[in-house]
Design a protein around this ligand. Structure first.
Ligand code: CO
Ligand code: ZN
Length: 331
């Protein structure tokens, strides 16, 4: 798991530019299925098993894109102004390094503020790529980059960029390896462009027409921005009850809780007042479907150094594979 997480989080693939991470993931899963395809928006869709009268067609989605920066303007001085791909928090940026997909490195800093102790808004920040003028600047408008940060172990926790949502990609890969005699047709989607409103999961769900859907994503584990939410690191996967974009189907919440209890997997319940996941768009695809989500508690979400606990990661693998390996009776 450690080496897989390192490989996945050290790959640079912001929203809309997922080809790099897609090939890394494809290499990990190609022996698990003969039915692997890439759809028009770039999602990697892996089908295992066939739908029988004892089973359902289940779509499981984890997004493979990550937040990033996009060049919006190059100044005469060579400093680069930028916009966001997905949600960037301005306080996490100054001092961070970024790497563009063309290999150019840069450091983020900002114009001199009136008050040095206040957070500087993103429009007053820039990326310094070492250029001395716009003529020799190695990036141009539209070039994209991601945080430049290596994967590090912190005791039984780990820190990296893009654990949102590469940790769920790792969970999905490990769960796929544990699928045995499932009565279901399982369609695993490594989706694109989640950070820019779940574009990949939208088109994938439309094409797949599942009977039931589960999203895998991280959820913030601290009281952030004054929002009180009781999900802690190390206390197990969170079964989503609701977030800003979706109310989970209560029958799925019950099914997930019962399965966790039966398998003695510690879990938490999540009510989130900030953000949403691919589950939002799957739930209302076409005529709609029962939808739920499993969340991996994560600190400092959307910062260059996100943190997750490996017990939670393993717990999510155990719970997801227990859910998918057995017949489902929703009640
Ligand atoms: Co995110
Ligand atoms: Zn996410």
């Amino acid at each position: 798991m450690i080496s897989l997480l390192k490989k996945l989080t050290e790959t640079a693939s912001p929203s809309g530019y997922e080809s790099g991470i897609r090939e890394v993931i494809r290499a990990e899963i190609k022996s698990l299925s003969t039915n692997i395809k890439v759809d028009a928006l770039g999602s990697l869709i892996v089908t295992m098993g066939k739908k029988t009268d004892k089973g359902l067609r289940i779509m499981v989605a984890a997004h493979m894109d990550e937040i990033g920066v996009i060049v919006s303007h190059v100044e005469k001085s060579g400093l680069v102004r930028f916009s966001n791909l997905g949600t960037l928090f301005p306080q996490y940026l100054p001092g961070s390094r970024v790497v563009f997909l063309n290999g150019v490195h840069g450091v983020i800093n900002h114009d001199l503020p009136d008050d040095l102790h206040k957070v500087v808004t993103q429009d007053k920040q820039f990326i310094d790529v070492g250029a001395s003028s716009d003529k020799d600047c190695p990036v141009k408008i539209g070039d994209v980059g991601v945080f430049d940060r290596s994967f590090v172990e912190l005791g039984k926790r780990v820190t990296a960029k893009s654990l949102d949502d590469r940790v769920s990609c790792a969970v999905m890969i490990e769960s796929m390896k544990k699928i045995k005699n499932s009565p279901h047709e399982l369609v695993f989607v490594f989706s694109t462009q989640e950070e820019v409103q779940s574009k990949g999961a939208t088109t994938a769900a439309y094409e797949i027409e599942p009977d039931l859907a589960i999203a895998l994503d991280v959820t913030p584990s601290l009281d952030i921005y004054g929002i009180k939410m009781q999900v802690d690191l190390g206390k197990g996967p969170a079964i989503k009850v609701r977030d800003v974009g979706m109310l989970s189907d209560p029958r799925l919440v019950r099914w997930m809780e019962e399965t966790a209890n039966k398998n003695k997997i510690p879990y938490q319940l999540e009510v989130l007042d900030l953000g949403t996941t691919d589950a939002k768009v799957m739930q209302i695809s076409k005529a709609g479907m029962p939808t739920g989500a499993l969340s991996i508690p994560c600190r400092y979400v959307h910062s260059p150094s996100e943190v997750v606990d490996l017990d939670d990661v393993q717990g999510t693998v155990d719970l997801l594979s227990a859910l998918l390996n057995n017949p489902i009776f929703l009640k």
